[in-house]
Design a protein around this ligand. Structure first.
Ligand code: PGA
Length: 246
């Protein structure tokens, strides 16, 4: 699976041709599952364009509440109204810039599942944490908070994105071996609770995936695809990454 996280980029003028190229190429034969996660305001238009294309729609965030007086927030049910299948939960930019704690992320994950969405749960360590040898304990903490809240069965319909914070938007990709080590750790951690969930869940990598490094990442045993930021804004780069995920 390859998911595009467009973040807060683009306008209708730029995303229309980008989307058209992706749809055309998917229909010409890309085997990997593709998901597009645009800004909220474009969900309506993109939902209609993706109809019957085999490409899935995702949102970049959702509220931890079902409904109510939460100005500026968007609920899981609203996202379902626009045919979102996926929603990114706990992206490091949300955690860092908007103060999303492990508990808040766990609540959002629960709301996504309850609302019929498939969460793409982002977890990952800061550079200082990696250098201090704390990567595994950080990943375990982020994961366990969600498991404690929603139970392992909720992961039967979830995707995990391992996104080392030091690799996001920095051009500094984790090596395939570095990424694989943590993906395998995540799978093992899930297997403590449920072997089948651990075996079948998709664990994707994110952090400066590019056309030139996607293939070597995707050949690793526990890397099931990618969450792509910067490179998803360029149709040729993104499609090369999608082809690499065969
Ligand atoms: P990047 O972003 O590919 O630009 O590093 C990935 C992400 O934030 O999901």
């Amino acid at each position: 699976m390859v998911a595009a996280n467009w973040k807060m980029n683009g306008t209708l003028v730029t995303i229309r041709p980008l989307l058209k190229k992706i749809i055309d190429e998917k229909q010409a034969g890309i085997r990997a599952e593709i998901a597009i996660c645009p800004p909220f305001v474009y969900l309506d238009e993109i939902s209609r364009q993706l109809d019957a294309t085999g490409i899935f729609l995702g949102a970049q965030n959702l509220s931890q509440h079902e409904s109510g007086a939460y100005t500026g927030e968007v609920s899981a049910k609203m996202l379902r109204d626009y045919n979102c299948r996926y929603v990114i939960v706990g992206h490091s930019e949300r955690r860092t810039l908007y103060g999303e704690t492990d508990e808040l992320v766990a609540n959002k994950f629960a709301c996504a599942v309850a609302g019929g969405l498939t969460p793409i749960l982002c977890i990952g360590e800061y550079l200082e944490e990696r250098e201090a040898g704390d990567t595994e304990s950080v990943i375990a903490r982020q994961l366990d908070t969600v498991i404690d809240k929603s139970g392992i069965s909720a992961f039967a319909n979830a995707v995990i994105a391992y996104e080392p914070v030091w690799a996001i938007g920095t051009g500094k990709t984790a090596t395939p071996e570095q990424a694989e080590e943590i993906h395998a750790f995540i799978r093992l951690r899930l297997a403590r609770h449920d072997d089948k969930v651990a075996d079948t869940i998709r664990i994707v990598y994110g952090g400066s995936i590019k056309a030139i490094n996607a293939e070597e990442l995707f050949t690793m045993a526990d890397i099931d695809g990618g969450l792509v930021g910067g490179a998803s804004l360029n149709a040729d780069d993104f499609l090369t990454i999608c082809h690499a995920a065969r």
